[in-house]
Design a protein around this ligand. Sequence first.
Ligand code: FE
Length: 203
Amino acid sequence: MSKNIDPTAVFKLSYGLFVLTAKDGDKDNGCIINTCTQLTSEPLTVSVCVNKSNLTHDMIVKTGVFNVSVLTQETPFETFTFFGFQSGRDTDKFAFDAAYGRSENGLYYLKYFSNAFLSAKVINTVDCGTHTLFIAEITESAVLSDEPSVTYEYYHKNIKPKPAAKKKGYVCRICGYIHEEETLPDDFICPICGHGASDFEAL
Ligand code: FE
């Protein structure tokens, strides 16, 4: 890379963070992506750029459909580590079914910490070396909440933990909400998804 290129300069673009989901047969998968851009309004098209090392990428190549869930500023760090910026073959990311909905195309979208989802059908692909650029037409979309979308800059400033600042508390296994207290009352109800204390585990 040229010494005249500072790769962090692109952070100033303040692009968002999204959960990309796909499905191949019975298997669902998802990963975090940081680019989803509207291209045209007639037809309504978007582009997403996906690292080829993701299993989610391979599913989209095979099936030609994907969903994008737009993450909000309330998204806890655990959601980012859970989905990861790369999706492998081994973990079942959708074990807690109550946290997700299915759109008309049969793919999952996030019900919590997401303010909108898009379903899209690939109409063109561009091989970009490490990544594939998918150009896709929107087939379904919905607004889910008024929470502001998270930007990459916001994520780095406010969500990603600073080193050595380990959190204490309990995480909701359904939606990922963090209760930042020493104790969790037995009658505690998750303020995001409404599930009880038995669905929480210590961080
Ligand atoms: Fe919850």
